[in-house]
Design a protein around this ligand. Structure first.
Ligand code: ZN
Length: 54
């Protein structure tokens, strides 16, 4: 299961994206980040974040 916790990236935010499908988690988070925080991460960058967390 992959998990993306917004707080882990320095935001005061309770958003968590999680699921079995990494690409869906990334999609969900990138949408959230763009809409709520005005930051557009590339999918590659988000993939790196997930990989680094193990
Ligand atoms: Zn957030």
């Amino acid at each position: 299961m992959s998990r993306f916790v917004c707080k882990d990236y320095g935001f005061e935010c309770d958003f968590v994206a999680e699921g079995d499908d990494v690409s869906k988690v990334i999609d969900e988070y990138s949408k959230h980040s763009a809409e709520v925080h005005g930051i557009e991460y590339s999918k590659e960058a988000l993939m790196q974040f997930i990989i680094r967390k193990g």
